[in-house]
Design a protein around this ligand. Structure first.
Ligand SMILES: Cc1ncc(COP(=O)(O)O)c(C=O)c1O
Length: 377
């Protein structure tokens, strides 16, 4: 079995989550809007899951909107806030390392007449609050900054950014697709207005997500229809997957949010040490400490990350670079941090999960070192 070190791409469905989903798939399966026993059972399952997601984020259950993915949550946050506030202003702020699920709706809004400011990141991958402060204008309606980056794991200083947005009456959205379940986030303490959750990054299946929308924040739906999700997202609820996302949140809370870090970080750091010891000049991409505990992004000097992984069947991981018609193009995230194209093309993104063992790390390091040796000779 290859060693799976691509948990930022997606995680395995946790067995307890799978059991919950299966139970709902095998149940009579009423429509949560129907007023009979099967419908009420489905509505109760959705309500329970809403409470479980809210408990993990530290908000009220009414502030959770279930969606079909992290991408949909981001689209709803950006377009929903922009359209609901278009009479107040038409200026948005994002960062240079956002996931395409934020960048693309922001660019769409730009084509529709909104103005967009993209704030840079430092060499450590972090957004600087001062840059956000300078980007704010009288007509700014929303700032959207990711909590942690999917490629480098770098975590942004969202609390000071939230404070400066609020001081200027600007709403603040964070894309926390990679952070929820891995590191503690409390939306009320951290003064977040909107927050994206992606189920498949935290032990639930692909195709379910959630958006926290602080009570009182006006939001235009992206999917119009009947009044599901408090009129914020139409569509009959995916009861089984919503129940699964709720269970994944309950699991994260039960495990204790600090446990993910205490279990996974030492393994991630051991992998880093083994690679540093075997690969001269190996470079870490992103902040040394303000990083998700499961994420290691390193560049192998003189090698192409994709070619290293292509010859290393024992390890399933990714690079961040894209391949178009046989040509590798470096990761935009790493370029935005000021890395050279050569260093960005040498990147390997190795991301651990709660199931990763010390044995996995030793085997993965040995296999990667052999693959690098084969390349560099
Ligand atoms: C930071 C970030 N935001 C959003 C998404 C999109 O989530 P989904 O795959 O559920 O659409 C991802 C997925 O890779 C992500 O890493």
């Amino acid at each position: 079995m290859p060693i799976y070190l691509d948990n930022n791409a997606t995680t395995q469905v946790h067995p307890r989550v799978a059991t919950v989903i299966e139970a709902y798939l095998r149940s009579p399966g009423g429509n949560p809007s129907s007023d009979h026993a099967a419908g009420r059972e489905a509505a109760a399952a959705v309500a329970r899951a809403r409470g479980q997601v809210a408990a993990l984020l530290g908000c009220d259950a009414t502030e959770i909107v279930f969606t079909g993915s992290g991408s949909e949550s981001n689209n709803l946050a950006l377009k929903g806030v922009a359209y609901a506030h278009r009479d107040k202003g038409r200026h948005l702020v994002i960062s240079a390392t956002e996931h395409p699920a934020v960048t693309a709706p922001a660019r769409f809004l730009e084509r529709e007449g909104w103005e967009l400011t993209v704030v840079p990141v430092g060499g450590d991958g972090r957004v600087r609050p001062g840059d956000v402060a300078r980007a704010l204008r009288r007509d700014t309606v929303l700032v959207s900054i990711m909590h942690s980056n999917n490629e480098t794991g770098v975590m942004n200083p969202v609390v000071p950014i939230a404070a400066l947005c609020h001081a200027r009456g600007v709403l603040f959205h964070i894309d926390a697709a990679q952070s929820v379940g891995k590191v503690p986030i409390h939306v009320l303490d951290d003064a977040i207005d909107l927050l994206t959750v992606a189920g498949h990054k935290m032990g639930a299946p692909k195709g379910v997500g959630a958006l926290f929308v602080r009570a009182g924040v006006p939001l235009e739906p992206v999917i119009h229809g009947a009044g599901h999700e408090g009129g914020r997202r139409a569509g009959t609820e995916n009861v089984a997957y919503i129940a699964g996302l709720g269970e994944a949140c309950a699991l994260a809370l039960e495990r204790g949010l600090a446990t993910f870090a205490t279990q996974v970080r030492p393994l991630r750091d051991r992998l880093h040490e083994l690679l540093v010891a075997g690969i001269p000049g190996l470079e870490l991409n992103g902040h040394l400490t303000d990083r998700l505990p499961n994420t290691l992004n390193v560049s192998v000097p003189g090698a192409l990350g994709r070619e290293v992984l292509d010859t290393c069947a024992e390890v399933e991981a990714s690079t961040g670079s894209a391949c178009h018609e046989g040509e590798d193009s470096p990761s935009g995230v790493l370029l935005a941090m000021g890395l050279s194209p050569e260093r960005a093309l040498g990147a390997l993104r190795l991301t651990l999960g709660i199931q990763t063992t010390a044995g996995d790390i030793d085997r993965a390091a040995a296999a990667l070192l052999m693959a690098v040796d084969a390349h560099l000779g």
